[in-house]
Ligand binder design. Structure first.
Ligand SMILES: [Zn+2]
Length: 494
């Protein structure tokens, strides 16, 4: 049977920390495998949104998927600032041109994140949807998947029909949301679902480290959304927690509700969840304890002495990956049996690669820091190289130093989500008493939710730096903090 439904698939995703000095440039999106088109795009991220979308879409007869040339995540991952206008215009320009030549399409799937920030384009996902709509026309359906850190308001759904955001942080349900997007897109195209929506902003702005959905009341927001989806047929609820480190006008919590043709019902459900978030606003800001680095390292030392190990020491605030504050304090307080994974240092790793660094070599270098004031000062490490290896587009150097401590140097920011991945660097994860990592919440997937770590300590430097929980220390230009709790007293419901 000839295909009777044609769906274009596009990908453009970034979570932009606009306070970082290094822009996310065109070349950051270009590397072996990216941009991708056709089957290569459809095969990218098989366990995430894209994988779920493709799997479910292909369970329907007569559906043809067309992978439109798209950039994958930049090689800097989340460790880079504003996406340049050049990068946005070139990739979106190509997408639009290809949609025209390969069309017509009955539907379009946009695999986005929601917290991309582009110089001169304040709502890039909505702008992408607007331009796609111009090409595919009113009769086609546009569906997207989002990260719950997306900064969204009602603009995206003015141009697109449906959005499906993950509900958990760590984001366990990416594949599931991809599946949903496919199923609902096909149903809408077959006139079996008529998307109606409601959107509500809740003026609460807080750091992502607070947003773990394993603890109340963040968990309660997730649970409330799941309850609505369980009790009503064809209702879908997105609770965007938002991403405060992108200086864009649509930051803050956003509720989106989709129903089958019932806008009034969507409004009622959106109000119910928005009201819950507002009622719990005080508790939302105190669900996670944050320590100073000195205090956190001292507590880690005590936990090690008491055998409450392994310990996780997570510097949630390091957005470049190069911060050395935690490493410095671990040395100052003379901890042993600690792995520091990682400190990003592109210059040092490039130099080591050029020198042909290998296991057994003596190591004596100043590493980390420098990239901006939030990264702090470089730290001199003297030790022995255990491993030096190329992988995942980075150069990794594992150095043993001090009293059985191990430092992992990487090229770019690395957010370690679970300890087991360290085995690929030849490390025995059970030999460490403490893991000093750079993560806010995703590490809970492999260190906390599974019971691996006995002690968990979240830390940040005293001076509020760019990934701080003290958002009022950040140089916002596009956000008026007074309009958000707890920095002002916004009227709500508005
Ligand atoms: Zn996220």
């Amino acid at each position: 049977m000839a295909p009777n439904i044609r769906i274009a698939v596009l990908h453009f995703a970034h979570e932009t920390v606009t306070f970082l000095k290094n822009d996310t440039t065109l070349s950051d999106f270009i590397y072996p495998g990216s941009p991708a088109s056709g089957e290569e795009l459809l095969k990218a991220y098989p366990k995430s949104y894209m994988g779920g979308f493709v799997k479910m879409a292909r369970e329907f007869d007569g559906v043809e998927l067309v992978g439109i040339e798209s950039p994958l995540w930049p090689k800097t991952y989340t460790g880079s600032g504003w996406v340049t206008a050049e990068a946005f215009e070139i990739f979106v320009g190509k997408m639009i041109a290809e949609l025209k030549t390969q069309g017509p399409f009955d539907g379009v799937y946009l695999c986005v994140h929601g917290a991309m920030a582009v110089r001169g384009v304040m709502r890039p996902e909505a702008e992408l949807a607007r331009r796609v709509r111009e090409v595919v026309g009113r009769k086609a359906f546009i569906a997207a998947t989002f990260d719950l850190h997306g900064n969204e308001d009602d603009e995206f759904l003015k141009h697109a029909d449906m959005g499906f955001a993950v509900k958990y942080f760590p984001h366990y349900d990416e594949y599931l949301q991809g599946e949903r997007a496919a199923r609902m897109l096909v149903r809408a195209i077959r006139s079996d679902y008529k998307p109606a929506h409601a959107v509500r902003k809740v003026p609460i702005l807080t750091a992502t480290v607070r947003m773990w959905t394993g603890a109340s009341p963040w968990m309660d927001l997730t649970q409330r959304a799941l309850t609505w989806e369980a009790r009503e047929v064809d209702v879908f609820v997105n609770v965007f927690f938002g991403f405060p480190f992108a200086d864009v006008p649509d930051v803050g919590i956003t509720i989106q509700v989709l129903t089958n043709g019932d806008a009034k019902r969507a409004e009622e459900i959106a109000k119910d969840i928005a009201d819950l978030a507002w009622r719990k606003r005080e508790a939302l800001l105190s669900s996670t304890k944050i320590h100073s680095i000195a205090e956190g390292v001292a507590l880690a030392k005590q936990a090690i002495a008491k055998g409450e190990t392994p310990v996780v020491l997570a510097d949630h605030s390091d957005r470049s990956g190069s911060a050395t504050f935690l490493l410095k304090e671990i040395i100052a307080q003379d901890l042993s049996g600690v792995i520091i994974a990682t400190v990003a240092d592109a210059a040092a790793t490039a130099k080591l690669k050029e020198m042909g660094a290998k296991a057994g070599d003596a190591f004596d270098m100043e590493i980390g820091g420098r990239v901006d004031e939030s990264a702090g000062e470089p730290v001199r490490i003297q030790g022995t190289i255990l491993k030096a290896v190329e992988g995942y587009g980075q150069f990794w150097v594992v150095v043993k130093f001090g009293r059985d401590n191990v430092l992992v140097l990487s090229t770019y920011l690395v957010q370690l989500m679970e300890p087991f991945s360290l085995a690929s660097l030849g490390l025995d994860i059970h030999s460490f008493k403490a893991f000093a990592i750079k993560s806010r919440v995703h590490f809970r997937k492999g260190f906390d939710d599974n019971g691996f770590a006995k002690t968990i300590l979240l830390v940040e430097p005293d001076q509020p730096l760019l990934g701080t929980i003290h958002l009022d220390a950040l140089p916002y230009r596009n956000v008026d903090l007074k309009r958000y709790y707890p920095y002002g007293n916004p009227a709500f419901p508005s």
